[in-house]
Design a protein around this ligand. Structure first.
Ligand SMILES: [Zn+2]
Length: 171
């Protein structure tokens, strides 16, 4: 999101040096407000259904580009509740077991990824955001060198699986 005006007084924001952080920060010249631009947490799920991993393709992505289920947290929910809700909304699956894989940077989008291994059950019905899905045997997974791909790689290594990375960058 690009911010240009102070949300308090609507005056155009200016770039000011923050000497402690060694950065320029967009601020109100009258000191009402500073745009800290902190990373946003994003939840991600490596979804396991009957021993296979569900990967989905977003409608906005090119063909053959499949990734984990992701989404933003809502106010007043835990990350575990959030990823279970996103899973239900995007695939209709019910989470039965949720375990943290790890936390990963995704600086390209100023996000912080909180990745879970989610065992799920039910009948897959994709939301309009997603156009297709695959169920992949864990040993056939090919992670990508970015955010959720590193989560997938860590999950595989923890199971003694060999990790061979793909080339495309994704969340
Ligand atoms: Zn202001």
């Amino acid at each position: 999101m690009e911010l240009r005006f102070c949300p308090v007084c609507a005056v155009p924001l200016v770039s000011r040096p923050d000497t402690d952080a060694g950065k320029l920060r967009l601020s109100c010249p009258d000191g009402h407000w500073t745009h800290w631009d902190n990373p946003l947490p994003v939840l991600a799920a490596l979804v396991e259904v009957d021993g296979r991993i569900l990967l989905a393709r977003n409608a906005a992505w090119p063909e053959k580009t499949f990734a984990l289920i992701t989404g933003f947290m809502e106010r007043d929910e835990t990350p575990e509740q959030g990823i279970a809700r996103e899973l239900k909304e995007e695939t209709n699956l019910d989470a039965v077991e949720i375990k943290l894989i790890g936390v990963y940077e995704f600086m390209r989008k100023n996000e912080l990824i909180i990745a879970y291994h989610v065992k799920a059950q039910g009948e897959v019905r994709l939301s309009e955001e997603l156009v297709e899905y695959r169920l992949v045997n864990p040993e056939k997974l090919r992670p990508w060198r970015a955010g959720t791909g590193y989560a997938m790689a860590d999950w595989m290594r923890a199971r003694g699986l060999e990790v061979e990375f793909l080339d495309w960058p994704a969340r």
